[in-house]
Design a protein around this ligand. Structure first.
Ligand code: SF4
Ligand code: SF4
Length: 332
């Protein structure tokens, strides 16, 4: 998608903001000192969304307004001036691609950018970003959860089918969709050019019952299935074995007693104000959290785990590179 930036103020800002990149010094610094506090940022770039999902935490909040383009420029410059480690940013909402002009500018401030989208908008051709497209089920379940008709499911599939981009689908497991994990993997691994699927569980609000939330035993049974499926689908299931192990109830309940997100992460709402305790907002029930954030934050916070994850990543890169080279060789 080509951006049509008609506002001269916007195109001027784009020229003025230098692109932030990873450098060797950053890697050494993370290796020696660990991941810096605030290096993992989550920003609700908009308060609007065109869907109305049953499992949506955002709609529980009171984000009624959002900063303008100029105000976001000023906010991000302020973060930079204050010395925030602008390493990884997750762009959220609402639906972040409703503000593609702000994103085009704002992603320049961070070394890595992950855009969490519902996939109803055409994805911009940004090869320097990862897109995480939320698809909570196969056709019928998807329509039930998101309150949409069949056409939306097909449209999301079409938008996600961009093998040239780095696109991963996120599947938030609830009571309503736990039975469609297998058919979902079967369908999306064959039909759509995505890099894989990652799984997390639904996080309820404080005081909420088990209408959507799976209790710990139910959750562990799903985890058993995910382990089996990981042996079949390999890296197409994006959760590594290390992450899956940390997601088991015995491990994750320990992690949730003192969620490490606050030590590495920073969340801003759509008005640029800091949000506590994390991007899920104050109504989230931390003791039953199913989000991937605490597990991911443990990896970033504990240097031994961070290095293990880093070497596993390097190993995968080298293996994929070798496969690519073999495929690339002309037949004799
Ligand atoms: S797409 Fe995301 S922000 Fe929009 S309603 Fe669904 S869960 Fe909420
Ligand atoms: S446990 Fe951590 S990630 Fe989960 S809701 Fe609480 S602060 Fe957020």
């Amino acid at each position: 998608m080509l951006l049509k930036i008609e506002d001269p103020k916007v195109s001027t800002e784009l020229k003025l903001i230098p692109k932030n990149h990873w450098s060797l010094i950053d890697y050494i610094s993370v290796g020696v000192k660990g991941f810096p506090p605030g290096g993992l940022v989550g920003i609700d770039i908009t308060s609007r969304c065109n869907l109305n999902c049953r499992h949506c935490y955002f709609r529980r909040g009171h984000n009624v307004s959002e900063l303008s383009f100029e105000e976001w420029v000023a906010k991000l410059k302020e973060l930079k001036r204050d010395g925030a480690a602008l390493y990884i940013c997750g762009w959220l909402g609402g639906e972040p691609l409703l503000r593609v002009d702000v994103l085009e500018m704002a992603k320049r401030f961070f070394k890595s950018n992950v855009i969490f989208t519902n996939g109803t908008q055409e994805l911009p051709s940004w090869e320097d970003c990862t897109f995480v497209v939320s698809v909570p089920g196969t056709r019928k379940t998807y329509s039930y959860i998101t309150g949409t008709d069949d056409k939306v499911y097909d449209m999301v599939k079409e938008h996600a089918d961009r093998p040239e981009l780095d696109i991963v689908v996120s599947f938030c497991i609830t009571r309503q969709n736990r039975d469609c994990i297998e058919p979902f993997l079967e369908e999306w691994s064959k039909d759509v050019g995505i890099k894989g699927v990652f799984f997390e569980f639904y996080t309820p609000a404080k005081g909420e019952g088990t209408e959507m939330w799976l209790d710990w035993d139910e959750r562990d049974r799903v985890m058993d299935r995910l382990f089996e499926l990981k042996r079949v689908y390999g890296d197409f299931i994006h959760n590594s074995f290390q992450i899956l192990n940390l997601m088991r109830s015995k491990r994750v309940r320990q992690i949730l007693l003192d969620c490490p997100f606050g030590r590495v992460g920073l969340s801003l709402d759509s008005m640029g104000r800091q949000k506590f305790p994390c991007t899920l907002g104050p109504s989230a029930d931390c003791s039953r959290c199913g989000c991937i954030l605490p597990v991911f934050s443990v990896l970033l916070h504990k240097r031994s785990l961070l290095l293990a994850a880093f070497f596993a990543f390097l190993f995968r890169m080298m293996r994929d590179y070798r496969r690519f080279r073999v495929k690339d060789k002309p037949p004799h």
